[in-house]
Design a protein around this ligand. Structure first.
Ligand code: ARG
Length: 469
């Protein structure tokens, strides 16, 4: 093609259309169209500022505003026609605006570049996602804390190395996740604080000669202030990397929760049941009930962590300021953030759905001589034995029980005394799993009274959080 207007966007300088393959590798409209709302919000605020500073007329501003409203309506209604030839969401919207309002549309891009425009749009988008995560994570925490309150005294085995270690309560175990997710929310909030500066007005990279008011656009888009360096403004994607890092850690936490659900619903553990709502059957084995939701939550961390990795590698070694490489930030981020939203919702659903089997947990809590530490502590407390010596003595008593094939509490007093002569019948009072958990009253410990208090505190706080957000 050689006609001078063959190139829809750059007809002034360019005489030919891009090669088909160029259009394919270059166009981002297929994925960045999901920032259309943010793009229009940014343009409206930009136009208002241009009018307020006298850079465009009020008449143009009104035409632009009305035109953008119509574009938004078309997008919401699904009637907007996106064109790949127009590369991205910014150019698609501007072209449609021009078709609707004519010449005034051409003034919108005064003192602006797609470089600061895309940086602004993406910040707005990511900020919106962070706000959704905060609420979804609070819902998940509340589900965990409510279950913890109901099961503050339900005894189960605590594991290290996935070997029975010491008895804990189910409520305590669930509250561990409430703490983890609390930190996740904190990380998202930290990212949000640093993200919340407005790059609009940095223009292509150097700022602009027009007398713009960056404070105004920043304020109207809900940012705390404008970014301070125009080069940094258009070349920074820290806000995406930070958000993906926070998303990755959250996904890691939820994959650990999911793994425990997968283990605990096996007949071998039998600690939990999930209903039909969060399980699937097998096409060949009629008896099966598979925890697919938990498995998929466990797996999604792969693509979320992958997105972080991908963006870090895109950004590595990029010279300042903008390079087209940075367009590769979006697809992976969208996918990762979508995935995380799904994982959080599925996790909350499973937590609400899960029913513990207290008898199975209680039974398993006694396996593997799990109260041996209680015996050693008794020797320290009652016989004033140094802990190391008590550890050794208890080790021989465990060995004895193992040889006899019995539990610690099933050993006779005489058998105990053969290993440590000072032992009295009082020792049996600490060997039950219930006494064991009840004795862990140190701050943050698993004693049911502690767990009850901590769970109630969380429930109150989370109910408040959810009223606010
Ligand atoms: N679609 C582009 C992106 O996502 C917008 C910025 C394009 N800027 C440019 N100078 N080509 O990064």
């Amino acid at each position: 093609m050689t006609e001078s207007n063959a190139n829809q966007m750059w007809g002034g300088r360019f005489q030919m259309s891009p090669a088909e393959i160029m259009e394919q590798i270059n166009a981002s409209i297929d994925f960045d169209k999901r920032m259309a709302r943010e793009d229009i919000a940014g343009s409206k605020v930009h136009a208002a500022m241009l009018a307020a500073t006298g850079i465009i007329t009020d008449g143009d501003r009104q035409a632009i505003d009305k035109g953008l409203d119509q574009v938004l309506d078309e997008i919401e209604a699904g009637s907007f026609e996106y064109s790949r030839a127009l590369e991205d969401v910014h150019m698609n919207i501007e072209a449609r605006l021009k078709a609707l309002i004519g010449e005034a549309a051409g003034r919108l891009h005064t003192a602006r570049s797609r470089n600061d425009q895309v940086a602004t749009d993406f910040r707005l988008y990511v900020r919106g996602q962070i706000d959704l995560f905060d609420r979804a994570l609070a819902v998940l925490q509340l589900a965990l804390a409510q279950k913890a309150e109901a099961h503050a005294a339900t005894v189960m085995p605590g594991f290290t190395h996935l070997q029975p270690a010491q008895p804990v309560t189910f409520g305590h175990h669930l509250l561990a996740y409430v703490e983890m997710i609390g930190r996740d929310r904190g990380r998202f909030q930290d990212a949000r604080r640093r993200l919340n500066e407005c790059p609009l007005g940095a223009a292509a990279l150097a700022g602009t000669s027009f007398p713009i008011d960056r404070e105004q656009t920043a304020r109207e888009l809900g940012f705390d202030k404008p970014t301070a360096n125009s080069l940094d403004s258009v070349s920074d994607r820290d806000f995406v990397m930070e958000t993906l890092a926070a998303a990755t850690i959250t996904a890691v936490h939820l994959s650990r929760l999911s793994e425990e659900i997968v283990l605990w619903v096996t007949p071998q553990f039998g600690f939990l049941t999930l209903s039909d709502r969060f399980t699937t059957g097998s096409s060949i084995m009629p008896q099966k009930r598979n925890p697919d939701a938990a498995e998929l939550c466990r797996a999604k961390v792969g693509r979320i962590a992958g997105a972080l990795q991908s963006l870090v590698l895109v950004m590595k070694g990029l010279p300042l300021a903008y390079s087209k490489d940075m367009q590769e930030d979006k697809e992976v981020a969208f996918d990762a953030l979508d995935s995380l939203r799904l994982v959080i919702a599925a996790a909350a659903g499973m937590v609400e759905d899960m029913q513990p089997v207290p008898e199975a947990m209680q039974r398993a809590a006694g396996y593997g001589y799990s109260t041996a530490t209680d015996l050693a502590d008794w020797l320290v407390r009652e016989l004033k034995m140094p802990f190391r010596q008590a550890h050794h003595a208890t080790g021989s008593i465990v060995a004895l029980a193992e040889t006899q094939g019995v539990d610690l509490s099933e050993l006779t007093l005489e058998a105990m005394q053969s290993a440590e002569s000072g032992i009295t019948a009082d020792v049996f009072s600490v060997l039950s799993v219930d006494n064991s958990v009840a004795s862990r009253t140190s701050y943050g410990g698993t004693a049911p009274h502690n767990v009850q208090k901590m769970a109630a505190k969380w429930v109150g706080q989370l109910e408040n959080d959810l009223k606010r957000v």
